[in-house]
Each structure stands twice: as structure tokens, then as C-alpha cells.
Design a protein around this ligand. Structure first.
Ligand code: GTP
Length: 808
């Protein structure tokens, strides 16, 4: 017979929908007048055939325990089982005692009612009651197998075994279930033999219920007889060697009670039963039966799995090792509980994975993680802590491991994002702090660094979950390193900027003094230039050092920067000198120098050459003096050797390019060839001056004689008269006179003269240049007038040849 096809002794017409469902689940609803008043009570009074008469274990026990409302009871529940011969009123007793709904035999047909093992929740009490198939049943005949297995099963799970027997069976071996008891004792030794030494878990209460007690024999006598019989049975047991000295009382507590005849003394029977019930309900009573020592310590939510495993072991005749079973149960249940806790946890943790992967810093992530973790752990602890402690702890560690490995990427991601965000905040703050001119670099960097590090450390501490091996120090170190790099880079940039600024100022400061010095090519020209250079450089260096202090520059950096500054200052000076000695500029200077000596006398008064003046001598002297200046300009050589400035040649500018730098070559302004070229070009200019001087003497000689003016008046008289008497000419003349009158009256004479003067001056300049160009070549073709010029040219050519041969 299958579990689902077990007949129910109530008409279908009386079953509600919930009852039908119960029936489908292999459970049976209320019968015998114990009908439930509500759905809840009906589900709590449902009974279930745990093991059917084909010895199969039900698949609905877990859900049934849930429906009974005992699933979350933890250890706060009890299990009681009843043993006894068939049809001795066991089901009746249980129904009366616990308000259960077990089937009771039809009075008219004396045949077995309870088949297999049934279970029902006690009414209004957290008790699971097991109604076990009666022994000695004619249906099973000599098959003692089920009896033994059910005893084993009941002992492994129940705290109290009710042994149900008629009064008249006391003293009879078979009738008093002595065979059954022998089996129970044997099985118990196998199960709890060793465990009972500490008195826990293996202890069971045997409560003998003597039925139909008429009262002739007092209970005490019956109790004594039964006890003596039990001892006899115990002694006759073949115990294992190491348990030889074990007593019955080491494993069992015995209790006895008697009930009057149910039919002959119905009222008394009922009242006695109610009295007995109190022993199962009232925890304050001394004879309360569910003592904690009897509890098998199986959490309610694991009872189904545990029982199923026990039954499987029993069925396959394997040695029933309860500790192993409990461990297996613990493993199964702890896994189940952990996976439920983990499911929620995973769902929660998923919600923050995306923002972290997107590079965001999730505020309060640490709190979230701690909450998810502790919530999952407390869920696990709440249900799993009742199971085998070793397994519970192991699985807890596993659960923690899984959770931590799920959270770890969030932790690391958060650290990474924090790192990035802190670093960019640091950069931003640095840039903001370095805006403007008035700032202390060290202060700005120090403040930004502290802020950044504090923010990271706070964030990292917040996201660190206790009891994990997560560390953030490595990331912190790497952040600090990067901050250092950024600060270093920034400092280098700032130093560069500062050096550039100092260089710009330096250029400005030396510009004018160098111009002035180079304009006057005195013998101490370079001394002046170099002393100005040195003074300005010293100032620049001290400015640098003062600022470098606030930059926290290292000595090495200072040395490098100062070297760069010196080199750049030198190059700036060189550039200035180059500018002042460019071909056109130097030729201009030479021309000026020459003019000052040739065209002006000692008192700086312009010379007007007369035919008897020594133009040739003056020209020669001025020209030689001027040509002597070229070697002076050619190289930077101070008269005072202490003013010499030297730079190491290999010093390249670390703040700029890595160009090769050759200091000695920078001292040379003109090469020899260049000097000769300049000399030759200057000579040509000087020659032009010479020609001009000569020409001016000729023009001053060619003056108009005074009588020429008389001739002019006589010869021009007619023309004047024509103008006067010709209306057209006269009108023109008149208009010219009127215009002149108005110009004079309006005071425009000055501006008009000015304009005319400027125009004339320009015309004169243009004309002079043209003349110069014109006369510079033809002069050589006129031997008489420029013979002295040729002499000088020959002199200079010879000079040039001499110097070239010197080069060769
Ligand atoms: N004389 C007597 N009869 C009882 C008593 N209690 C119940 N009965 C009757 O005994 C018969 C068997 O009752 P059940 O409760 O079905 O007995 P059982 O031991 O559960 O039977 P199985 O489950 O078949 O082993 C029924 O007819 C009951 O009316 C009792 O205390 N005294």
C-alpha cells in the first residue's frame, strides 16, 4: 500500500478543500470528533504516515512539519512514540493525551488499524507524536523485522517511549512486550551505548502505561514486577565487551502509570488521562516527562531529513551511527541554510557591482557590505547554530569565505575608484592652489596631500570589513607614490616656470646696460658687460634659491636648476651681444665711430672741409681707429681676469633641451674671416664718406659771383614785366600773394615750413644715397680726383692679404 492511497475513515462529503489537499499529500485530517475549527487548526491536526506498511518513508514530512508550524521551533519541540501490542488502545490513548487524530480500531472488527508509523502534532503543544504499528500483529506474523526497525527509528528520534500494555499482561513475557523491550534495549545499546557515558542524548524515558487497571493490584506492585522483569531482560542481554558493566538506568529512566478501564469506567478513564496529559504539558511538575536530557538535539527544521536518513540506514541494515547521522544532517541543513542566506546576500551585492565597475565610489559601501554580511550570517546562525557544532562552524567559515570572495571585488573596486578619485582631486586642488603668484608650493602640496591621503584612508577604512584579511595599505602606498610623482612633476614644471620667469627678468635687466656698454667700444667694454652680467646673475640666483625653498627642492635639484639658470643667463647675454653685433648693427656702430672722428672735430662740431684741410690724414686716422675696434668686439675678453666667466662645456640645460653646448665657442663674437669681411665692408662705407668730404670742398669753392645777380636783374627785367602786365600771370601772382598773406595771418607758416622741410630732407637723403651709389664705382675710374682713396684701398688689401697668409 502506498502512502497516498491510505484509506481515510471519514466520508468525502465532509471534507473541505484543505482536507482534500491534505489527503493528496498523504496526510489525514481530523477524525473522531476532533474536527478543527479553522484552517489553521485543521492543518495542525493533520496526521501523516511517515513510514507506510511497505516500509517507505514519506516525502512530505518537511512540508507537514511546516504546516504544523513547528519548522522554526528549533529545539523547542518534543517527540514521543508509543509502543505496544496491536489493538491495545494505543491510538486511543494518544488521541486523548495529545488531541491527535490517529485512526482508532472499529470496535466491531478486531483487526490492525495502525500500519507503519504515523505522526501527528499534539493539539496546542509543540509535540510530534508517533503512533507505531502494534507488535504481535497477526498481519505480520513472525516477521519481527519491522518491529526492530521501528524500535530503532523511534529510539533514535523520540525522547519518550510510551509502552502500552494491559494490566493482565504484566508478568507475561510476550504479552508485556518483553520481547519488544529486549529489542529496544539491544538497539539502544547499539545506538547510544558509548554516548550515554556522559548522560546526554542517549537517555530515553520509558513510560509504561498500564491499561484497564482495575485496582486489585496496586500500581506499585505492578511497577515492581515490571522493573524486575526489565532488569532480567537487561541482564540477559549479550552486551558488547566494553559495556558489560552498564546498567539499565544508565540509559533509561522508567516511569509507570495506570489508567482505568475505558469502557467500564469511562469518566475515571477520561479524568486520569487528563491528569496524565498534565505530565506532558506542565513544565513545572516534577514528573514532567519531556526533560531536556531526553532531547535528541535535532533542530525541528532538520527532523524530516534526519528521520529519513535514519530510516534509510535502518532499512538497508547498515550500522546506525547517530553521530555520523547528525553530522550528515548538519551538513545538509547547514548547506541549505547557507544557500538561502547566500541567495539574498548575492542579490544585494549585485546591486552595487555595476556602479563599482563603472568606476564610481559608492558612498557607505562598507556599511552596506557589513549589513549584507551580518544579515546573512545572523540568518545562518539563527538556523544552523543548533546543528552539529563542528559542521556548523565549518560551514559558517565556508559561507564567510564565499561572501568575502563575493565582496572582495567590490572592496578592491572601491579602493581602485577611491584611488583614482583621490588622485584626480589632488591634481585639481594642486592646480587651483598654484594659480596666481602668491603661494607657497610646499604648503599647497602639503595641504592637498594631507586631504587626499585622509580621504583615501577614511574611505578605505569605511569599506574594510572586519574579520577579513583585506588590506588597503598596498593601495594606499601606491596612491602615495603617485601623489609623490604628481607633486614632483608639478614641482619640476613650477621650477621650470620659475627659471623661465627669472630668465625673462634677467634678459630685461641686462638689455640696457649691455646696449650702453657695447655702444661705447672702450677697452673696458667687456669688463662692464661681464660685471653687469655677474651682478644680475647673482640676483637671479638668489631669487631662485629663495623660491626654491618653498618648493622643497632637493639640493641636487637646486644644483641642476642653478646650472641651467647660469647657462640660460649666459645664452641670453650671448643673444643680446649677438643682436648688438649683427652685421648691420656693428657696421652702424663702426660708421658712427668713424663719423664721430672724421666728420666732427675734437669739440664735436661738424667739420666743413676746406681745400687746405688734411682730409687724407683725418680720414686715415679715423679709419684706423675704427678698424681697431673690430678685434675688440670679436671676442669676449675682459681686461680684468677676475671678471672672466666660465661655464662647464658639457652642461646642458636639464630643464630644456639636451643640446650640445660648447662654452669657449660662445666667447667668440666674430671669427677671423668675419672680422676681415666687416673690415672690408666698413672700408667701403668709409670711402664713401671720404668722397663726400672731398666733394663738399669742391662745391664750397663753386660759389656764384655777386655781379651775376645784376646780370640776372637786367636780363630778367622783361620777363618780370611780362608777369606783372599779363593778366593771367598777374592773377596767379596775386593769388599766390593772397594765399601767402592768409597763411601768415592764420599762423600756418610754421607747419608749412615743417612739412616742406621734412619733404626736402627726405628728397635730400634720397638724392645723397643715389649720389653715393653713383659715385662709389666711378670714383675708381677717375685717378686724378681719388688717388688718395686708391692708396688707402691698396693699404687695406695688403693688410687683408697679410692676415690671410697668417691664417694659412
Ligand atoms: N478495554 C479497553 N479497550 C480499549 C481501551 N482503549 C481503547 N480500547 C478499544 O480497543 C480497541 C483498539 O483501539 P485502538 O486505539 O485502535 O488500538 P491500537 O493499539 O491503536 O490498535 P492498532 O493500532 O491496530 O495496534 C478499540 O476498539 C478501542 O475502543 C481501553 O482502555 N480499554
Amino acid at each position: 500500500m502506498s502512502l497516498d492511497s491510505q484509506p481515510v475513515k471519514i466520508p468525502h462529503s465532509t471534507l473541505g478543500p484543505s482536507l482534500l489537499t491534505a489527503q493528496l499529500n498523504g496526510t489525514k485530517p481530523t477524525i473522531n470528533g476532533h474536527a478543527s475549527e479553522s484552517n489553521e487548526s485543521s492543518s495542525t491536526s493533520e496526521r501523516l504516515q511517515v513510514i507506510n506498511d511497505e516500509k517507505n518513508f514519506t516525502t512530505h514530512l518537511t512540508s507537514q512539519i511546516g504546516r504544523w508550524g513547528l519548522r522554526d521551533a528549533g529545539f523547542n519541540y518534543n517527540i514521543v512514540a508509543v509502543f505496544g501490542s496491536q489493538s491495545t488502545g494505543k491510538s486511543t490513548l494518544l488521541n486523548r493525551l495529545f488531541g491527535t487524530t490517529f485512526d482508532v480500531m472499529d470496535e466491531t472488527r478486531r483487526q490492525q488499524t495502525t500500519k507503519g508509523i504515523w505522526m501527528c502534532r499534539g493539539k496546542d503543544m509543540g509535540v510530534m507524536v508517533m503512533d507505531v504499528e502494534g507488535t504481535d500483529g497477526r498481519e505480520r506474523g513472525e516477521d519481527q523485522d519491522f518491529e526492530r526497525k521501528s524500535a530503532l527509528f523511534s529510539l533514535a528520534s523520540s525522547e519518550v517511549l510510551l509502552i502500552n500494555l494491559w494490566e493482565h499482561q504484566v508478568g507475561l513475557y510476550q504479552g508485556a512486550n518483553m520481547g519488544l523491550l529486549k529489542t529496544v534495549f539491544e538497539v539502544n545499546l547499539g545506538l547510544f551505548g558509548k554516548k550515554a557515558q556522559d548522560g546526554s542524548q542517549g537517555r530515553t524515558l520509558l513510560l509504561f502505561v498500564i491499561r484497564d487497571h482495575i485496582g486489585g493490584t496496586p500500581l506499585a506492585n505492578l511497577q515492581a514486577t515490571l522493573t524486575a522483569d526489565l532488569r532480567k531482560i537487561w541482564d540477559s542481554l549479550s552486551k558488547p565487551q566494553d559495556l558489560q558493566d552498564r546498567q539499565l538506568s544508565d540509559y533509561f529512566d522508567l516511569a509507570f502509570t495506570a489508567l482505568p478501564h475505558k469502557i467500564l469506567a469511562t469518566d475515571k478513564f477520561e479524568s486520569e488521562v487528563q491528569e496524565l496529559r498534565k505530565r506532558f504539558v506542565d513544565k513545572t511538575r516534577d514528573d514532567f516527562v519531556f526533560k531536556s536530557a531526553y532531547h535528541k538535539r535535532i533542530p525541528a527544521d532538520g527532523v524530516a531529513f534526519y528521520m529519513e536518513n535514519i530510516w534509510e540506514q535502518v532499512q538497508t541494515n547498515k550500522d546506525l551511527d547517530l553521530p555520523t547521522q547528525q553530522e550528515l544532517l548538519a551538513q545538509f541543513r547547514c548547506d541549505e541554510i547557507a544557500s538561502v542566506a547566500l541567495a539574498d546576500f548575492t542579490e544585494q551585492s549585485k546591486s552595487q557591482r555595476r556602479p563599482i565597475e563603472a568606476g564610481h565610489v559608492v558612498e557607505g559601501l562598507g556599511d552596506l557590505m557589513r549589513n549584507w554580511r551580518s544579515h546573512a550570517l545572523s540568518r545562518y546562525d539563527c538556523d544552523a547554530s543548533r546543528y552539529h557544532q563542528g559542521v556548523y562552524q565549518r560551514k559558517r567559515a565556508d559561507l564567510l569565505g564565499v561572501m568575502d570572495s563575493t565582496l572582495s571585488p567590490l572592496f578592491l573596486g572601491q579602493l581602485k575608484n577611491l584611488h583614482k578619485s583621490c588622485l584626480s582631486a589632488f591634481k585639481k586642488e594642486l592646480l587651483e592652489g598654484l594659480r596666481g603668484d602668491e603661494y607657497s608650493f610646499a604648503d599647497v602640496v602639503g595641504k592637498a596631500r594631507t586631504k587626499c591621503e585622509t580621504r583615501f584612508a577614511d574611505g578605505a577604512k569605511e569599506v574594510s570589513v572586519e574579520d577579513t584579511d583585506w588590506t588597503w595599505q598596498d593601495e594606499f602606498e601606491s596612491l602615495r607614490e603617485e601623489i609623490g610623482n604628481v607633486a614632483d612633476q608639478c614641482r619640476k614644471d613650477e621650477t621650470k616656470k620659475m627659471v623661465n620667469l627669472i630668465e625673462r627678468n634677467f634678459r630685461k635687466q641686462i638689455s640696457e646696460p649691455v646696449d650702453i656698454s657695447l655702444n661705447k667700444a672702450t677697452p673696458y667694454m667687456w669688463d662692464k658687460v661681464l660685471s653687469t652680467f655677474k651682478e644680475t646673475l647673482e640676483k637671479a640666483e638668489s631669487t631662485y634659491l629663495a623660491k626654491a625653498k618653498s618648493f622643497n627642492c632637493t639640493d641636487d635639484e637646486n644644483v641642476t636648476s642653478l646650472a641651467a639658470l647660469r647657462k640660460r643667463a649666459w645664452l641670453a647675454l650671448k643673444a643680446k651681444i649677438d643682436e648688438q653685433t649683427a652685421d648691420t648693427v656693428i657696421l652702424g656702430k663702426l660708421r658712427t665711430h668713424f663719423e664721430e672722428r672724421f666728420r666732427y672735430d675734437e669739440n664735436a662740431v661738424p667739420r666743413v672741409w676746406r681745400p687746405d684741410d688734411d682730409i687724407d690724414g683725418a680720414f686715415k686716422a679715423a679709419k684706423e681707429q675704427t678698424i681697431d675696434l673690430i678685434p675688440r668686439y670679436a671676442k669676449i675678453t675682459p681686461v680684468d681676469p677676475s671678471l672672466e666667466f666660465v661655464l662647464p662645456s658639457e652642461s646642458s640645460d636639464p630643464l630644456n633641451s639636451t643640446d650640445e653646448f660648447d662654452f669657449p665657442s660662445t666667447l667668440v663674437i666674430f671669427t677671423e674671416t668675419k672680422s676681415l669681411d666687416l673690415t672690408s665692408r666698413f672700408r667701403k662705407d668709409a670711402d664713401a664718406y671720404y668722397v663726400e668730404a672731398k666733394r663738399s670742398t669742391v662745391s664750397s669753392i663753386a660759389q656764384v659771383p655777386y655781379w651775376m645777380y645784376g646780370v640776372l636783374v637786367v636780363l630778367g627785367w622783361n620777363e618780370a614785366m611780362v608777369v606783372l602786365f599779363n593778366p593771367l600771370y598777374f592773377t596767379f601772382t596775386l593769388m599766390a600773394l593772397i594765399t601767402s598773406y592768409f597763411i601768415v595771418k592764420l599762423g600756418l607758416t610754421g607747419p608749412l615750413f615743417q612739412v616742406s622741410k621734412t619733404v626736402l630732407a627726405e628728397v635730400q637723403t634720397q638724392a645723397t644715397n643715389r649720389m653715393r651709389d653713383h659715385f662709389s664705382q666711378p670714383v675708381l675710374a677717375q685717378p686724378v680726383r681719388v688717388s688718395s682713396v686708391r692708396d688707402y684701398n691698396e693699404d687695406s688689401d695688403q693688410e687683408m692679404n697679410r692676415s690671410r697668409s697668417g691664417y694659412m
